[in-house]
Design a protein around this ligand. Sequence first.
Ligand SMILES: Nc1ncnc2c1ncn2[C@@H]1O[C@H](COP(=O)(O)OP(=O)(O)OP(=O)(O)O)[C@@H](O)[C@H]1O
Length: 294
Amino acid sequence: MTSAHAQIPRSDPETVAAGAENLTKVYGAGDTAVHALRGVTIEFATGEFTAIMGPSGSGKSTLMHCLAGLDDASGGRAYIGDDNLTGLSDKEMTRLRRDRIGFVFQSFNLVPTLTAAENITLPLDIAGRDVDQQWFDAVVNRLGIADRLGHLPTELSGGQQQRVACARALVGRPAIIFGDEPTGNLDSRSSGEVLSILRAATDEFGQTVVIVTHDPRAASYADRVVFLADGQIVRELRRPSADDVFEVMRHLDGAGRSGDAAESDGSGAADGGKHEATDADAATDSTTQGTEAR
Ligand SMILES: Nc1ncnc2c1ncn2[C@@H]1O[C@H](COP(=O)(O)OP(=O)(O)OP(=O)(O)O)[C@@H](O)[C@H]1O
């Protein structure tokens, strides 16, 4: 799977669900400017589960927000399928987010006055789209919330609320689901359940999932873990264990504290003898090569 997709032409919507090319994001200007993204190029293969990791402030949320059309990039391009987000009007962007993207946030973002069922179908209702009842039933059964559908969010546990948020993201069959710390507020059991569901979204439902996480265990559910440091992609692992992820993060945190995460990783972690954790294909991935060459 991996070596094939490394050779796939960029922006082929059949095989690449989303991506970015030389994406930059600068907050502020002049002396106080913060370069949150410094030329990120990445593809997300259709049907793959990717976790984005990196030290605090490395640009993870910024990258996800630019990829999901929640924030404008300063330069480069972000795309969903073959739609370039940069050229879209507000109206087109709203429609694209509504029709093609599902979101799961750390804070669940459920509407407190609506039942679980109403929250799940809300994006479809707003879009005026029909609910596919068979699909709805399959999703809520898979998530184990079929008996909680008439309840308000306040009557649900945190884990149940997040499962409702996952159902909301899945029920419209979006091309891609973005999760910003989707397990950040959950205990380890609920966290495991939500991650299994996101895993199933790719394995059983063929959707593409991209999450930002700080948790190596959460990242170990992914097919691919991409590491950011100082606004650049500095490393990636394929199907790593939590320990593999932890090791890279330990290195990046250390490098960040010494003041130059991206540079030191380029000559350190990438050649640091951890390659047993890395699928050989990752080494041929153009993103990784491009970054390590910098
Ligand atoms: N609205 C903003 N205005 C100014 N600077 C910002 C803004 N949002 C983010 N930044 C800065 O951009 C950089 C990247 O932030 P971002 O939130 O993307 O990092 P992160 O890796 O998601 O961090 P964390 O893990 O702590 O959530 C940081 O230096 C942050 O302070």
